[in-house]
Design a protein around this ligand. Sequence first.
Ligand code: PEP
Ligand code: MN
Length: 342
Amino acid sequence: MLIVMHHSATDKDVEKVKNTIRDMGLKPVAIPGAERTAVGIIGNQSWIDDGPIRTLKGILEIIHVTKPYKLVSRDFHPSDSVIRLSRDVKIGGRSPFLIIAGPCAIESREQIFKTARFLKKLGVPVLRGGAYKPRTSPHSFQGLREVGIEILDEVRKEVGVLVATEVMSPEQVELTASRADILQIGARNMQNFDLLREVGRTKKPVILKRGLSATVEEWLASAEYILLEGNPDVILCERGIRTFETATRNTSDLSVIPLVAESCHLPVIFDPSHATGKRSLVSPLSLASVVVGAHGLMVEVHPDPEHALSDGPQSLTFKGFEKLKQQMDALLEFMKTKLADR
Ligand code: PEP
Ligand code: MN
């Protein structure tokens, strides 16, 4: 249940609501929002009789939520969330379509600076690059880890780009949050609940990738963990799911982009690189994501994909990325035009 307080409700009114919930043997959580304060009840499994609460002062609305998430739902926050990534870069709602691009992994200072300068020249605001890499085999390149985080910090300061990078465990969050602009939770960690709580305690926007076999409900429940800790800035990222099909690395589930938007106010982006695993499919799927309503794209680009230490086959070359960028510009322009009248 979610108790939405009137904007004129006082701290005393909120306290009274919380105490009444405690008297009912339940656990209240106050959720201060930009638009209004709400008090959520967590841990309850069944229907709650709102009788003792209904008559209290300062209450605007009581919402009975039966889903495993509340704060991410449009019941609580009807309008689209817009997340500010910097003074002039935003994502969500009607903000301009955002491209996040860069290599799968930070491999060297030279590789990441080269990519950052290339993207900066094209006006791409966010550079991605993993320092902590979740690899299927322990024999594969594991990332430059803390050294990679320091390189990322240098590149962000020297080139003037925002940087997004993955955290794999709660212990990595403090250092990474002090150096990066955006934290990424990878597909394999979508249900690492302690990690979700830890990024929820930071003030950095979080890209939450959908788990390899996660349902939409599980994905949104994971986002809820982050919001519950006080961080409202979650960007959902669809990156393909496991199915019987092996012709592509994953099966792109573009349907979730408009589906999620029906019940959830958070921005959703698409990762065509991991969704397909195949360079030639990255551009067509990127374009499709715009049409189904994605707020942005996270795409892997490498100066020399043939020699990349991870995900080379799905990484665009600089030339390929430039072409995609032109196609995206043309499509976004085209979508502003109307259908011709007869
Ligand atoms: C990545 O972004 O490089 C990555 C590891 O992605 P995912 O978690 O979606 O597999
Ligand atoms: Mn990758």
